[in-house]
Design a protein around this ligand. Structure first.
Ligand SMILES: [Zn+2]
Length: 341
């Protein structure tokens, strides 16, 4: 395996010390293996607390000078998720964290470590722990075991967590500066063009930024589909577009919705209720049709989309349902091309 492939295991952003003086101090403690028993990472959801916790923990296990290096055996094992000395409790299923999970985890911390001697416990978010689970954790925070480090995370520091919080060193993550966030998104493969508008709206929150970029990607995929459907001029093109819809019966709803919206817009232009500029990105045959094709052409197509959706809910064969719609759309476009040329 090459060096690049190995370092690719590391998170895209690791310089948490650049985010605040507070996080810089803590990062140093982990690099120098001079940690305290428990930390509580606070800050809004999406600010990168879990990644920060992992970067911190990995520094305890890394055997290189520049920790975490991402290339030594320990780093590799850690970032591939195979370090038995990293114990995690995440409420990713949205359910509460019960006392049993905490008891199990505490029992493991009292056993011998497999590797360097450290055991690191990650719990996120602490507020999802039941009252009983919190009390159980509290006990082990009051009686520290050597070489066991707790990295607790909370999106919302509530009063009930006061007793736990008072036994931890608190590290608050704040919104990321635009420059750092922009560079991180670029490292993840996004372009300047995608990043700039998102930076303006995400409030320095990397999680929010990634969600927005995902939504944009989904949106442009739907747009590409509509353009392809509206540009079909022969059977081969029709087969391609149909296949796209058939591939995902679940995802088909958003394609059908976008198709309906696009036809509806053309109808509005045809009826003089919408400026023709609204169709500036439509294929030319649609722009022409929205000026002079019979209004019934559009209402018929809309009815076709409604029927397709209705049949989708029923037991009708999905493939023939889609073929039916796309062939009809193709026929209409061929007709327009000939009659409006
Ligand atoms: Zn390493």
């Amino acid at each position: 395996m090459t060096q690049t492939q190995q370092t690719a295991l590391l998170p895209a952003f690791m310089d948490y010390e650049r985010l605040s003086a507070n996080s810089s101090v803590v990062m140093k403690q982990f690099r120098n293996q001079k940690t305290v028993h428990a930390y509580l990472l606070t800050g809004a959801r999406g600010l990168g607390k879990r990644t920060f916790a992992k970067v911190l923990a990995s520094a305890l296990f890394c055997t290189s000078e520049n920790k975490p290096c991402g290339t030594c055996y320990e780093c590799k094992q850690f970032f591939e998720g195979n370090n038995p000395d990293l114990l995690t409790i995440f409420a990713d299923d949205g359910k509460q964290i019960g006392v049993d999970r905490v008891r199990d985890m505490i029992a493991k911390t009292s056993q011998h470590a497999f590797g360097s001697g450290y055991r690191v416990v990650l719990i996120e978010p602490v507020e999802k722990m039941t009252h009983q689970a919190q009390n159980c954790l509290l006990k082990s925070l009051e009686e520290p075991v050597a070489n066991v480090v707790y990295l607790l995370m909370t999106h919302e520091l509530t009063a009930t967590l006061g007793t736990i919080a008072s036994r931890c060193v608190r590290v608050k993550l704040s919104p990321w500066p635009d420059e750092i966030l922009g560079n991180t998104l670029m490292k993840l493969g996004y372009s300047d063009q995608q990043i700039v508008p998102v930076l303006r709206r995400c409030g320095g929150n990397v999680g929010t930024a990634l969600e927005m970029l995902d939504e944009n990607a989904a949106g442009s995929e739907v747009q590409t589909f509509v353009n392809a459907a509206f540009s079909m001029t022969n059977d081969a093109a029709c087969v391609g577009v149909s296949t796209k819809l058939k591939e995902s019966r679940e995802g088909a709803d958003q394609y059908l919705n976008a198709l309906e919206q696009a036809i509806h817009q053309a109808l509005m232009v045809r009826c003089g209720m919408l400026d023709p500029d609204a169709l500036a990105n439509y294929p030319s045959v649609w722009q022409k049709a929205s000026v002079s094709a019979p209004i019934e052409d559009f209402t018929e197509l809309l009815t076709m989309v409604f029927d397709t959706r209705k049949r989708k809910a029923g037991q009708v064969n999905w493939q023939s349902n889609i073929d039916h719609l796309m062939l009809r759309l193709l026929e209409e476009q061929i007709k327009w091309q000939q009659s409006l040329a």
